[in-house]
Write a protein that binds this ligand. Sequence first.
Ligand code: DGJ
Length: 714
Amino acid sequence: MIEFINEYQIFKLDTKNTTYAFKIVHDDFSVHLYYGKRNDDAERLNALYSESPVSFAPYNRQIGVNFSLDTVATELSFFDSGDLKDTAVKIQNENGDCVTLFKYRGYEILDGAVKLGQLPNSFGADKTLCVKYEDIVSGCFLYSYYSIFYESDTIARFNKVVSTGKKAVIKKIASGQLDFGKADFTFLSICGSYYNEGHILEYPVHIGKQGVYSNSGHTSHKFNPFCMLKSPCATETNGDVYGIELVYSGDFEIQAEKTISGFIRLMAGINHETFSWELEDYFYTPEMILTYSDRGVGQVSRNLHNHLRNHLINPEFVVKKRPVVVNTWEASYFDIDEEKLFQFAEIAKKIGIDTLVVDDGWFGKRNDDTSSLGDWRVNKTKFKSGLRAFSRKVHDLGMNLGIWIEPEMISENSELYRLHPEFVLKAKDRECSLGRHQMVLDLCNPKAIEYVVHELTETLADVRLEYIKWDFNRSLSEVGSCVLPDGKQNETKHRFILGVYEMHKKLTEAFRGVLFEGCSGGGGRVDAGILSFCPQIWVSDNTDPVERVRIQNAMSLAYPLSAVSCHVSNTVLNAMEKGTDYGLRFNVAAGGVLGYELNLLQLTGKTKEEIAKQIKKYNAISPLILTGDLYRVDGLDCGQSAFYILSKEKDVACVYYYNVGQSKRNVTLANILPNWKFLDFETGKSVNLDEIDLTAKTNFLHIYQVLSVKNENA
Ligand code: DGJ
């Protein structure tokens, strides 16, 4: 699966359907040869490399005019050493210049994956290649890792820089780079804003630089740390597509650069504009996941889904049925107390909901969003008998209990701030801005982490809980840390993220067996880093079903359906709906991990019956959401969308269809799934696909037994 072909000096990394190859030339340089469809012809791979002189391209005086780092594709590129494109690694040397040049010094092939310091990374790799480089001026070694995941057709890359004692400051270090000789691609990404997540952005890669990034201190609503590079005619089911995803929750950048000659370079990693690092011993970059398929966008999504489910998400939760929750936020906001919530639990139990989630407002003096973050002690006015007793009562009903926390934050109006003002993340001599009336804890300070972890574990220690929602409701600004010396202030944002992961590690370990759900005002922190602690994420506060069709579709490009938490609510935003159509809302929310966010006390008997039926139906769908393969249907009109989930055994399928736009186009199930044969579970009869006319429907959701699959992509 990973071999070094001595004859050609080629490293060849194979997964089931892909090959990645690079070559050592002139003893010192690793040049990229190929990433694409499985290719076992080493001679042809070797023939992909050529050298020729190009005017103005700086060349190495020993090797001669034919070899320039500016004109060959490389595995990693180095600042100001002859490569005139944007480069992946820039280190400031003791002498103050930033000339960087790492040269090849050997390799090692390891079994399994390598743990990435304090950062989360993929487990269960088949093999890992570690390539060693040395820069003699900075005195640093660079180890570049490639882990291969044979079955999911994915490769995970990251780099480690090790100091040998000389003063060196890392100014930029990408997790990986992908050079394409002459190429033509469309750049596909997910962008948005608060309450408006999940817009798919696609444009041809143009000459110059383009990409996605965050400078908010968290991944942010603005862009997701993910992209695809599609060949221009690629579709859902055909064509060459590359997928890239970062396992990181802080400031990131994924950049594509194209030159006039058509050369494209893709780089991904920490956003170097808000980062630098004085190297003391070693530094790890976050991990970058790569995949490729010649079977279109759909297969790339499935590869990423398989990778995240099998190699990143806590295995304990991958196949375990997820709770169907009722969450108190949209139902009651801060107006909660134990009597009211117990009534919620009683109704919830009757209609098949299994978990009551107490959202914001249960602690300190939190009656609105102006106070108490950091004061993680139960509010005795709202929970007179305490959380422990409340949990016992809820469990006696046969219900499970969940709770909301926002551990990385601190309110100005809180006991914690009065006690520890130094716990606030803040640049020296600056006033810090507020966001939602709150400030951010300085997670570079281990004492701040310890304090909050201690408070939360004390308060929740004997409270039986099955679920914790972890929120994060503001972006970072005026960033600095009073525990770091002046020269290290620019390290604050990355150190903050290391603190975020440390806190996740500590709390998920303290509450083992409890399912954590990530959230950041909805979709402000949807990324593979968070997924390694929280198997599911609340991807938007927007629960309008029409908007959700778009949001969930976009998220499915990069994240498995089991990672996306979706609630039925009664927020009415869209003019299309007359009243609240719980049918549509359910059929949309059942495309992920289903929950409810409704005031159960206000529901009519009819609605309660409807919800009970929905949950029964969802319980049958839920195994497919957890482990099935997703197939999005291409070529429908704007506002129409369809997808199906097929079990791994290909014997059960769940078909989803929505028409939430203006389209009057005639659609039958036969259009969506030509030549399939189904048996209807409910009637036991075989299904004539032409007879299931979707034209007049705004939504459709049905689960079938599959008699034969005719889609060659499945
Ligand atoms: C933002 C989240 O996205 C909401 O679901 C809710 O938990 C609120 N925070 C609570 O303050």
